[in-house]
Design a protein. Structure first.
Lengths: 288, 307
């Protein structure tokens, strides 16, 4: 660690650097602590939760076995994966198509349609969820399955469309024109030429959508009524709900096992793509 | 090549494709944003439990709004409480902004050791699940939890965080700060990297100290980012829901003495009790506050662009 610092630094300067690093590392430990607590508690037997420190005497993987029988985790995971992947793919595809069309295709009422899409950003979800529920319920789409949750989320949001549109402006018209001369229609151009070019952009946007849908709690808690369609977040929250009050009786290690199972896919995704995510956020920060 | 094609003319086939490509998002906005928004205005003026057809619900005009806005209204006390709770929870914003700025400032220094790893660790909470993390914090702040162990090491007694309204709010604020620091810090890092080095060099040559450099150069160049962050934080802050809801599931998120009942918690509570007219009216109260924040941001941008 210290070897990274230039060797010719004066003692005092090195000391200050080490001090700063110490403070940052201590703070970093606090930032990591909830994750560590979650992980280590999931590996503890129930009696040890508050009697031992962060680490346990022996590793217990029992919770990971028990969790399958105590929580409908498989059903929750299935629903969560289905919604997160499905909605991400569908939002990316629809917003790519729309972003491309808004940037590169001439069609009537284009500006009006673009304005309609952008204006949706001004109205917060709070206002929309109750009437959305009422409308979709009219067609039996809420009580009979997950469609009430899925349908309003099929289309890509204004932010993603705007982002793709900006990116499409940087694609040279000549590329599209030459394909047209070769006789390709807009559909072929989009899927063969544009979509592959958009992959790096939409990957990051897709990650954000995935993270958002995976972590969503408000939406599922209102729109997913049947237990067979509950997401893993609903199972986690509601499983713990029956166990408020005295902590002694709550099965905290099992709760934490569920928490670990919810968190791990996101952490893997994030660590895998962190460079892209961080760069994309930093770029948006520079624009502000 | 360009001259060969009909550049300015809208062809029929292009129109078809264009309309087809934008159809899903446009229809979705019309059906799931515009229509519900209008419907919501209507629902806010009726007394409706959702069980009878909406056409049979009785029209009450502004009664729902009066019920929480007029003094002595049926829900006025609860609404004012939820507004107060929301504002208190929004205290996470100054903490978030100040801590994130300090971290970004230190991480932006060339000499700081292991800054990329540290930056990554600080960012992790931002991608974590609010439900999972709330369950963790619930245990960390339990009467037997690690926070109390730490306090007793320092010679304090055990504190029952989750049974007092004020202390519960501190738990939620801590959670919100913890979650948001990573993102806010990244925004500030981006801003700091946008400040050219020669300005600092010039300042050093002119004999400006560290403090003067920060207050006279660094902070003024970050005004726009700070403004953006405050407004977006206010918009999310007005809609705080999940933390309270998961922390105090058994009381629908209201918490001890309704101490964590944010406006969103109040709204969803009315909704789950089938008081749909009231819930819609409250949703417009939140929406107007959000729109106001958005409007201020818009005006600020315009002003900045015209400079």
């Amino acid at each position: 660690m210290i070897s990274q610092a230039p060797a010719n630094l004066h003692g005092k300067k090195t000391f200050i650097e080490v001090l700063i690093f110490g403070v940052l590392a201590l703070f970093g430990f606090c930032m990591l602590y909830p994750f560590l607590w979650m992980l280590f508690t999931s590996l503890k037997p129930l009696q040890e939760v508050y009697t031992t420190g962060l680490f346990n005497h022996g590793w217990v993987f029992r919770n990971y076995v028990d969790v399958w029988s105590k929580v409908d985790i498989l059903s929750g995971l299935k629903a969560s994966i289905l919604f997160s992947v499905g909605i991400t793919v569908s939002q990316i595809l629809t917003s790519s198509m729309a972003g491309y069309a808004f940037a590169k295709i001439k069609f009537p009422l284009k500006n009006m349609f673009f304005f309609i899409v952008l204006s949706s950003m001004t109205i917060p979800y709070v206002t929309l969820m109750i009437p959305q529920f009422m409308m979709l319920e009219q067609f039996g789409l809420v009580t009979n399955g997950p469609w009430g949750y899925i349908i309003p989320r099929i289309a890509g949001g204004a932010a993603t469309i705007f982002f793709v549109r900006q990116y499409c402006y940087s694609i040279p018209d000549a590329l599209i024109e030459s394909a047209r001369i070769d006789g390709a229609g807009q559909g072929k151009i989009f899927f063969r030429i544009i979509l592959p070019l958009l992959i790096p952009v939409v990957t990051v946007q897709g990650l954000f959508i995935f993270i958002f849908i995976w972590n969503d709690y408000l939406g599922p808690s209102i729109f997913l009524i049947k237990k067979e369609w509950w997401t893993i977040q609903l199972f986690a929250a509601r499983f713990s709900a029956g166990q408020t009050g005295s902590v002694g009786t709550a099965n905290i290690p099992i709760q934490m096992t569920v928490a670990v199972i919810i968190t791990i896919p996101l952490l893997i995704l994030f660590l895998y793509a962190q460079k892209h995510i961080v760069n994309s956020l930093m770029a948006s920060g520079i624009k502000e | 090549m360009r001259s060969l094609t009909t550049k300015s003319k809208i062809t029929r086939r292009d129109s078809m494709w264009g309309l087809f490509f934008v159809a899903t998002p446009v229809l979705s906005v019309v059906l799931f944003v515009f229509l519900p928004a209008l419907l919501s205005i209507y629902i806010s003026t009726i007394e409706w439990n959702g069980f009878i057809p909406i056409g049979q619900a009785s029209f009450v005009g502004l009664k729902n709004f009066a019920a929480f806005l007029s003094s002595g209204g049926l829900y006025t006390k609860e609404f004012l409480n939820s507004l107060y709770v929301t504002l208190v929870l929004m205290l996470f914003i100054p903490f978030n902004i100040i801590i994130s700025f300090l971290l970004a400032f230190v991480l932006n220094r060339k000499r700081t050791i292991m800054k990329n790893t540290i930056r990554l660790i600080y960012f992790l909470p931002f991608v974590s699940s609010a439900v999972a993390i709330t369950l963790v914090f619930k245990n960390l702040f339990d009467i037997n939890g690690v926070v109390n162990s730490l306090f007793s090491l320092l010679g304090f007694g055990s504190i029952d965080w989750l049974r007092s309204p004020g202390l519960s709010r501190i738990v939620i604020i801590t959670m919100l700060v913890w979650r948001n620091i990573g993102y806010t810090m990244l925004m500030y890092l981006a801003g700091l990297q946008g400040i050219p080095d020669d300005i600092y060099e010039a300042a050093t040559i002119d004999g400006a100290g560290v403090w003067k450099t920060i207050t006279k150069i660094t902070l003024p160049s970050l005004t726009n980012i700070t403004f953006f962050l405050v407004v977006t934080n206010v918009i999310t802050g007005l809609q705080i829901y999940t933390e309270s809801a998961v922390l105090f599931q058994s009381s629908f998120g209201k918490g001890p003495l309704n101490g964590t009942e944010s406006m969103m918690i109040f709204l969803v509570y009315l909704y789950t009790n089938n008081n749909l007219g009231m819930a819609s009216a409250i949703s417009w109260a939140i929406t107007i506050l959000v729109l106001f924040a958005t409007y201020i941001q818009f005006v600020w941008r315009k002003k900045r662009e015209s400079l």
